[in-house]
Write a protein that binds this ligand. Sequence first.
Ligand SMILES: Cc1ncc(COP(=O)(O)O)c(C=O)c1O
Length: 385
Amino acid sequence: MFSEKLAIYAKKLHDLAADDRLRHLSPRSGLDFSSNDYLGLAHAPRIKRAVAAAMEAGTPVGAGGSRLLRGNCVEHERLEADAARFFGAESALFFGSGYLANLAVLTTLPLRDDLLVLDALVHASTHEGARGSRAESCLFHHNDPDAADDRILAWRRDGGVGRPWIVVESLYSMDGDIAPLDELIAVAERHDAFVLIDEAHATGVHGPQGRGLAARFEGRADIVVVHTCGKALGAAGALVTAHRVLRETLINRCRPFIFATAPSPLMAVAVSEALAILQDEPEKQQRLAQLVAFAHREIVARFGETWSSSQIIPFIVGDNARAMTLAAELQQRGFDIRGIRPPTVPAGTARLRLSLTLNVDEAAITALLDALAQLAGERRWRSAS
Ligand SMILES: Cc1ncc(COP(=O)(O)O)c(C=O)c1O
């Protein structure tokens, strides 16, 4: 029996269900076509051994406090030094998650008179950061540098006096498409703007040694980069790479950094080891590139076209319920592939998000695509077709 207090929540859940948007937690099972563990490092023996050795040597499980108090451990500082060197940045700061890092940067660095110009498809954490920021914010049409330019020009015409911040992902999490970083940075230069680049899905996978798609811009005073550690790095957390002055500003002004217990020092050890693996074992990145090329070729062979150029491949269904039914049929056949619905993606674009990782091989990809082609052929899955 619901108490009256709970009725309003029950009604909201009921409304979500009526719109085919109710979510459930389900145990992991089946071949991995949904995780972001792109290089398969979540189970890497090297990372396990590094963490075990650190524990053996006395590294505590919990940091025990904020980084500004007793929570600052040598493992955090070592990771940040390793990361700054690896990414070619002036400095790095470690956060407990990518969500927190985006929130932290956006609620701290942009100032009251600034303008946040967000790509329309940035991650929820970025929208949340913009909502909490002192700066005003607006969206620009996805991957359209001219649209970002127009937004900034209009803001200046209306009397905007601060500095613009162009906020993008280098590789979009739900569409798998890549940002035109050169053009976006040219827009930023014209307007003396900062650029915040979320490399969540590129770190470890793209760029030299997996340093990301923005690797060539690291070290610049006007670029801030978020490298999440819970995806290709197989661990958890996020490294913000930025100019030293911005790192100091975060340490002094960023509430999610100051008023939170530091991430586990064991996680810092895990991430340091993941960065070492990227440097020592380039074959992992190469193997993933091979698998991705294989998958795209096989998709074209079955469907006549492919739907992205990266390890993230969206199969757009359109309708929420149909996307979930298709996902469930594939799950029953042993493939862990998930339906993604609004608000994670725009209304009318519910989809299957195929994620390619080193946890699968060519045979698994072939089996999945055969099953998808069969199911898609049996019924008209796409609303638009
Ligand atoms: C583009 C993007 N940024 C940030 C995040 C948040 O990172 P984390 O999972 O480490 O909190 C995600 C997570 O899915 C993401 O896709």
